[in-house]
Design a protein around this ligand. Structure first.
Ligand code: CP
Ligand code: NVA
Length: 305
């Protein structure tokens, strides 16, 4: 059996529904161990900060009957110049699965190419696939079906948008992305998503008008304006993105029963106001809890495929 990785959400395109169902099942049996994970070890290389991803992955392994080892690169020989390729060969000789939160997508690819065990991208500069499983599991719970829904993303054209646009395209959900002109999403991801959307009969639309993005939306999603590693751009981004704040006025254009989503952490008062984040329409904490169940689903899926 060849090993499978989860570097991009497209890596599980064919089995996305199965992974979501698995996450929902594992949520119902929260404290049950999984025979395929018992006695298995996961390494977690984290170059950047994390609350949700780290805690969900460590708790997932523990509850499934395995073990997780958190690896801070500055404590590893990687931090002193050992290559990603060599690190990967060494770690995959000992571990059963490796997760990697990295500054560079190239390094996640290098780790995956050189590993004999599954590698999960725990967020890099271009994608966040684990978040997608939690997000679309939450949409499944709140909206029952993906069919005929409009997904609106408002904010920075960043790594989260890349994964969201691919996921919407692959499940056949219309997505409208509202960003300022100088922070549009990555063209390659948009083109790729448009090709996939053609096959699934959905639409990918870009706009520089936030009202147009959220018009009649079922789901409104935003993310931080300044991603990890972009701290030098803070002043400029906070200025450009100000009109894209998700606030009570903006969401008034959405459907009455729209849901508000955010991968978190939120910078309240910037990309979203307290009124929206704490409103009855907000599902951000359910979405955050689902990181645990979806992390389990990713681990169980990859160890069994
Ligand atoms: N959403 C998310 O990945 O959160 P953390 O950065 O806390 O892991
Ligand atoms: N776009 C954000 C997501 C954090 C979960 C970042 O990369 O920092």
């Amino acid at each position: 059996m060849t090993k499978r990785d989860l570097v991009s959400i497209l890596d599980i395109r064919e089995d996305f529904d199965e992974v979501i169902s698995l996450a929902l099942r594992l949520k119902r049996s929260r404290y049950q161990t999984e025979p395929s994970v018992q006695g298995r070890a996961m390494g977690m290389i984290f170059e950047k900060s994390s609350t949700r991803t780290r805690v969900s992955l460590e708790t997932a392994m523990y509850q499934l009957g395995g073990n997780a080892i958190y690896l801070n690169p500055s404590d590893m020989q990687m931090g002193r110049g050992e290559t990603v390729e060599d690190t990967s060969r060494v770690l995959s000789g000992m571990l059963d699965i490796i997760t990697y939160r990295a500054y560079s997508h190239e390094n996640v690819l290098k780790l995956a190419r050189n590993s004999s065990v599954p590698v999960i991208n725990a967020l890099d500069d271009v994608e966040h696939p684990l978040q997608m499983i939690a997000d679309f599991m939450t949409i499944a719970e709140k909206k029952n079906s993906f069919h005929g829904k409009k997904f609106a993303y408002v904010g920075d054209g960043n790594n989260m948008v890349n994964s969201l646009v691919l996921t919407c395209a692959m499940i056949g959900m219309d997505i409208c992305i509202g960003t300022p002109k100088n922070h549009q999403p990555n063209t390659q991801f948009i083109e790729n998503a448009k090709t996939i959307a053609k096959e699934t009969g959905s639409h990918v639309t870009l706009t520089n008008n936030p009202e147009e993005a959220v018009d009649s939306a079922d789901i409104i999603y935003t993310d931080v304006w300044v991603s990890m590693g972009e701290e030098k751009q803070r002043e400029e981004k906070e200025k450009s993105l100000r009109p894209f704040q998700v606030n009570t006025e903006l969401v008034s254009g959405a459907k009455k029963d729209y849901i508000f989503m955010h991968c978190l952490p939120a910078h309240r008062g910037l990309e979203v106001t307290d009124e929206v984040a704490d409103s009855i329409n907000s599902v951000i904490f359910q979405e955050a809890e689902n990181r645990l169940h979806s992390a389990k689903a990713a681990i169980v899926y990859l160890l069994n495929h």
